[in-house]
Ligand binder design. Structure first.
Ligand SMILES: NC(=O)c1ccc[n+]([C@@H]2O[C@H](COP(=O)([O-])OP(=O)(O)OC[C@H]3O[C@@H](n4cnc5c(N)ncnc54)[C@H](OP(=O)(O)O)[C@@H]3O)[C@@H](O)[C@H]2O)c1
Length: 342
């Protein structure tokens, strides 16, 4: 069973499960919205598996029970992924935390459930790139928790931190199902549902290729993973009996500028991609005027600060391998080009 099955990340996971010949219970907010689920139906038709759709809302208690009935493995991916919100408590924290509680309470009631894999995030580990510099050994590991996000500063990161903490608290209070947390950094790669994708990942790609950064991009330390590799990581986490604890699902330690410049050889002639780094001093002056999220604190803690996360646990325990960054970025960009979204 997969919550938020129509999302950017979940769609590739659903496809991976269907291609394995499995029956997937896909919980979405509105199964009657055919536009938002047609890519999943198509994936099912081309696979040896089966898909059944269910209605589920994070804020409605018990609404995932019907979808979970008879399932051994639950993937909880649904969570709002938007950066610019009006009311962080209502728009981010409540659906993330109460939603996790809701899904796991249903797991407590449905006796078939043996494992729950939650899609957490590296945002539950850090807020700003400087946190990775300050981490023991100068890199983020599964031992580290985010202690710097708040309702006023990076509330999305707070929502992921509190949601994952709620999940571990509830997992420890019972012994029928075990919990695995997937902690990816920024997810990129081709969307299966480009026109209905709400994920912030798609917005970042549009910014890179749409001219917003034609004068240059900030060297802002981030990590990335391909959406297809993340789906594989979820699959392995679900089906490897020995899998345990949190997994950082990081492919590359990188920065915004490099994410744009890997696209230059193929697309540089046609699209206004960033070619050089924007100086930090300039960003400190103009950044806060161009985007309210680009505060001086944010720029100070992220621009020209290297970001590092240790991915050795998932490589060793789940045998994960990751695609090159160029393939991830080009395949993602090509979808936006083909669909005339840039
Ligand atoms: N993309 C990244 O870079 C990234 C990085 C790390 C972790 N993650 C995590 O990966 C997961 C999926 O994110 P995504 O990038 O795939 O974003 P997405 O495409 O926006 O998917 C989010 C999913 O959550 C569902 N959802 C949101 N609010 C809901 C509610 N109140 N009730 C029921 N469903 C709700 C959405 O349903 P609707 O379609 O109906 O809105 C959608 O299916 C999230 O947990 C996110 O935090 C993403």
């Amino acid at each position: 069973m997969v919550t938020g099955a129509n999302g950017y990340v979940a769609s590739w996971l659903v496809k991976r499960l269907l291609d394995e010949g499995l029956t997937v219970h896909a919980a979405v907010r509105n199964p009657d919205n055919t536009e938002k689920i047609k890519h999943l139906k198509e994936a099912a038709e081309r696979s040896t598996g089966n898909i059944k759709f269910f209605q589920g809302d994070l804020l409605t208690a018990g609404s995932y029970k019907a979808a979970m009935e008879g399932c051994e493995l639950v993937y909880h991916t649904a969570s709002p992924f938007t950066i610019d919100v009006k009311d962080p408590q209502k728009d981010l924290i409540d659906p993330a935390v109460k939603g996790t509680e809701n899904v796991l309470q249903s797991a407590n009631h449905i006796s078939s459930v043996k494992r729950v894999v939650v899609t957490s995030s590296c945002a539950a580990i850090y807020t700003d790139a400087i946190d990775s510099v300050n981490a023991p050994g100068g890199q983020l590991t599964e031992e580290v928790w985010n202690t710097t996000a708040s309702l006023d500063y990076q509330p999305y990161s707070l929502s992921k931190t509190l949601a994952e903490q709620k999940a571990w608290e509830m997992a420890k209070a019972q012994d029928r199902w075990d919990l695995i947390a997937m902690n990816p950094p920024g997810v990129f790669g081709p969307p299966l549902n480009p026109h209905n994708a709400t994920s912030e990942s798609i917005n970042i790609l549009k910014m890179l290729g749409g001219g917003d950064m034609k004068m240059g991009a900030p060297r802002m330390g981030v990590g990335i993973v391909d959406v297809r590799d993340l789906a594989e990581a979820h699959f392995k986490a679900g089906f490897t009996p020995e899998a345990k604890g949190r997994y950082i699902v990081r492919a590359h330690n990188t920065d915004f500028l490099e994410m744009g410049t890997v696209l230059l050889p193929k697309y540089g002639g046609q699209y206004p991609l960033p070619k050089k780094a924007l100086p930090k001093w300039l960003l400190m002056i103009v950044g806060p005027m161009t985007n309210k999220l680009f505060t001086r604190k944010f720029i100070r803690n992220n621009v020209n600060i290297p970001w590092k996360a240790d991915n050795s646990k998932i490589k060793k325990e789940l045998g994960m391998e990751f695609r090159p960054m160029q393939e991830t970025m080009e395949d993602a960009f090509q979808v936006l080009v083909d669909e005339k979204m840039i």
